[in-house]
Ligand binder design. Structure first.
Ligand code: AHR
Length: 548
């Protein structure tokens, strides 16, 4: 891809000086403190104010990243069907899935895991498909891993969807040498034995690895390490697992290294962030990191018990209340990062996020199969909005996971494929990729169900390179429509139109038989002078373009 990650990560920092604070009238509720009903809670109109000339940080396209682990039907069947399959494919990779993913402009894909990464040995995924050894996938159902989707197949897949590669190396059960060899195999342009092997396997030109994850959840499935022990590994891996291609080593093109970070809030996790960030501040020339990962699933409690379909308003509000805690989590870890890295050189990389529900009845244990409803579309919009509000620090995120696993974009069943409500949100939000954040002021109002009170409306705005202003508006209230009036400054908009996504019920889903139950439809808004007016349907996500 022709853009430069370091350049973009730098640009986000540079824009900080001009970042204004988003004034959310709902801040008290976002911190879980219900507040007395105000005018906006009762009214059916909410007023937003924005000045398109007051710009914040760049919303890095990488916050729309995906995660594809060897887990359940995520890779095998979801992406890889093999070259001999009757399902239309290109070199074994299904064409329908590739076309759908191209349309959402996936900026990066994280692979091969997840927990799988710390048990993955890359050499087993090389050579003629039929000769590859079958191994086991103990984390995810103990099923056979055929290794037919290996390094070359992953790089081919990333190229087919037009995405950059985010590779996670094995720290838990591998060695620095094994990981360094993998990187040499992938990246060197010199005629080393590993480069010759790569060429013999069909790819003479070096590959480009944009992002390198040094382990995964090494505090748990990645080896149960203490923060100090992981830090010792991070120093070693960061030193030896290099990009071995001088043309890819410097400046904007360099491979960015992402360290394992926290998996929640509370003392265990703040200690982890403190340990890594303190060491980063005091580091010597011989090791470096550019990102710290954060894993954040919306689950309410473990083990995951909420149903992904066939639920009501109670479960809708409980899940959304839980997902809105993302903002507090990001603030907590960002504050620690600010202490040791005030220039915000290290990105907070939320490289696993999304809803984790109970497995679908009848599905295989460990395959993490779940449906995807309108609730997930709203959940996705709320999380993306949080990332955008913290675009100065959150410069990459990867929803878990891309196909058939957890909060997926796509579900497949043999030759059939269906796009989920979450997919549609990612597609509607494409214009926000690399756009510049514009702060909005508003009182979000309140939506109450039982003892839970949530903001009624959530909104972000951004300006793209052509000067078009984009507004994303979510109405969380499942019963009441809301009229939005936006007072505009800094832009002379003449028209506004876009798409809105809603469905008959909060648990409406798309199925192979009824694939369009939750699908976006066109919407237009009125612009009169400096006021934009639009009416949002209950439980909806809307994205509008305001063109000068
Ligand atoms: O996404 C499923 C799993 O969740 C990943 O493998 C792991 O990193 C996390 O615990």
């Amino acid at each position: 891809m022709g853009y430069s990650s370091v350049g973009r990560w730098r640009a986000a920092r540079a824009a900080l000086a001009g970042t204004a604070v988003v004034m959310l009238g709902f801040a008290s509720i976002a911190s879980s403190q219900p507040r007395p009903a105000g005018a906006a809670d009762r009214a059916d109109r909410i007023e937003l104010t924005l000045d398109a000339a007051k710009t914040g940080a760049k919303i890095d396209r990488n916050i729309f990243g995906q995660f594809a682990e060897h887990l359940g039907l995520g890779i095998y069947e979801g992406v890889w069907v093999g070259p001999d399959s009757p399902i239309p494919n290109t070199r074994g990779i299904r064409n329908d899935v590739v076309a759908a993913l191209k349309a959402i402009k996936v900026p990066n894909v994280r692979w091969p895991g997840g927990c799988f990464a710390d048990e993955y040995h890359w050499r087993k995924g090389l050579g003629p498909l039929k000769e590859r050894p079958a191994t086991l996938n103990p984390n995810w159902g103990g099923v056979l891993e055929p290794n037919t989707f290996g390094t070359h197949e992953f790089m081919d897949f990333a190229a087919q969807i037009g995405s950059e590669a985010y590779l996670s190396v094995n720290v838990g059960s591998g060695t620095p040498q094994e990981a360094a060899d993998w990187l040499e195999y992938l990246t060197t342009a010199q005629p080393t034995a590993l480069a010759k092997e790569r060429a013999a396997n069909g790819h003479a030109a070096p590959y480009k690895i944009a992002y390198l994850g040094i382990g995964n959840e090494n505090w748990d499935c990645g080896g149960n390490m203490s923060p100090e022990y992981y830090l010792s590994q991070l120093r070693i891996y960061s030193r030896f697992v290099r990009n071995f291609n001088p043309a890819q080593q410097k400046g904007d093109g360099q491979m960015l290294k992402i360290a394992v970070g926290p998996g929640g809030d509370g003392p265990r996790w703040t200690e982890w962030t403190e340990t890594i960030m303190k060491a980063y501040q005091g580091r010597q020339w011989s090791w470096d990191m550019h990102g710290l990962s954060l894993h954040n699933y919306t689950v309410v409690r473990w083990p995951p018990a909420y149903k992904s379909v066939g639920f009501g308003e109670k479960e809708y509000t409980e899940i959304l209340e839980s997902t809105l805690k993302t903002e507090g989590l990001i603030k907590q870890h960002s504050a620690i990062m600010d202490k040791y890295d005030p220039e915000k050189k290290v990105a907070l990389v939320v490289d696993e996020w999304g809803a984790w529900y109970a497995k679908l009845p009848g599905s295989t244990e460990g395959f993490l199969s779940q449906q995807n409803s309108l609730r997930d579309a709203i959940l996705a919009a709320l999380n993306i909005n949080v990332f955008a509000r913290h675009a100065d620090r959150v410069r990459m995120a990867n929803i878990a996971q891309m196909v058939n696993v957890l909060q997926a974009m796509i579900l497949t069943d043999k030759e059939k494929m269906v796009l989920t409500p979450t997919y549609h949100v990612f597609k509607m939000y494409v214009p926000f990729q690399d756009a510049t954040f514009i702060p909005i002021t508003y009182d979000a109002g309140a939506y109450t169900h039982g003892t839970i009170t949530l903001p009624r409306v959530d909104a972000i705005a951004a300006k793209d390179a052509s000067g078009t202003l984009w507004l994303a508006l979510t109405n969380l209230d499942p019963a009441r429509p809301i009229d939005i009036t936006t007072r505009l400054a800094g832009i002379n908009a003449k028209s506004a139109a876009g798409e809105t996504l809603t469905a008959p019920a909060v648990d409406s889903v798309n199925t192979f038989g009824a694939p369009k139950t939750v699908t976006p439809k066109p919407i237009s808004a009125k612009v009169q002078g400096d006021v934009l007016s639009v009416s949002l349907e209950p439980k909806s996500v809307t994205v509008l373009a305001l063109r000068p």
